[in-house]
Design a binder for this molecule. Sequence first.
Ligand SMILES: Cc1cc2nc3c(=O)[nH]c(=O)nc-3n(C[C@H](O)[C@H](O)[C@H](O)COP(=O)(O)O)c2cc1C
Length: 305
Amino acid sequence: MEEMRIDYSKYRLETAKKCLSASKTSFATGEMDFSLNRSYYAIFNALRAVTILDRFDSKKHKGVISYFNRYYVGTGIFPSNTSKLVESAFNLRSSADYEDFYLASRRDAQQQIDNAEGIINMIEPYLAKRWAEIIEEEKLPMSAIFTRTSTRQFEPRPVESKYIIKILRAAMAAPSACNQQPWEFWVTDDKEIIARLSQVSPYAGPVNNAPVVIVPCYRTEGLPVAQMAEIDMAICTENILLEAEELGLGAVMIGIAPLPERMEAVGEILHLPANFKAFTIIPVGWPVNKRPQEDRYEPAKIHTI
Ligand SMILES: Cc1cc2nc3c(=O)[nH]c(=O)nc-3n(C[C@H](O)[C@H](O)[C@H](O)COP(=O)(O)O)c2cc1C
């Protein structure tokens, strides 16, 4: 779908134009109900030409319309009266298609042809701009950020230590407040310890089938900005997850900090010194199934001021 988005979008815009042309033909031959139907489909396909660019797709008309209203009208990309125009096209087309003995008027049919033409003319330059932007975006390199997913099922084969060292090198490359680097790492392939770690939370199950487990911990003493230590650890954890991905390995962050009982349970299992706290548990291994990353990009979450 990724590279195909633009092709689908172009196809839908062409379909919108074909529907508009069919609407005009029906109008000319006096078939106002067909004309209303085709005008609506011209609009619907124009909307779908836009929404597919966000990888949003639905065959349900209401689904497409509400997505469009929320992300394209509600955000000011298209003018606010667009929602009303789409709604009136939808309602008239429903009457024309489903109401027995419905008499579609010439005036309504002409109005809807004008609306459909207006919407297509409004959407077409926007699409041309987005297609060009997407072509440029797709030329940018794809980092592990865009392929990483949480892995919870691992192959039984071991992970050579060179991989773990590279992952920990990435961990220690993380930024930290005042460069305080509060981290130290407990690493184990001991089956019994791994089994115990998998019990420290109801969500720690994936730990149990990993060949190796990293437990990032942090010092509690001698830190210039101790309140920032867990933020540092979260960033360090992301580096671990991303480097694992780069190396073709899989990993998942198990939530431990800031919950004291989980942190203490991990501390006991690992016999952590009193001035260290466990931050998270990260099982690492060769993934059984690599799934594609879900696209969570939402244009509406960006506020341009
Ligand atoms: C703070 C935090 C705690 C998490 N805790 C757990 C956990 O205890 N068990 C687990 O299986 N996944 C855990 N995850 C992984 C999330 O479930 C996962 O990141 C989220 O569902 C998104 O999926 P993705 O990582 O594949 O993109 C945690 C992630 C974060 C950031």
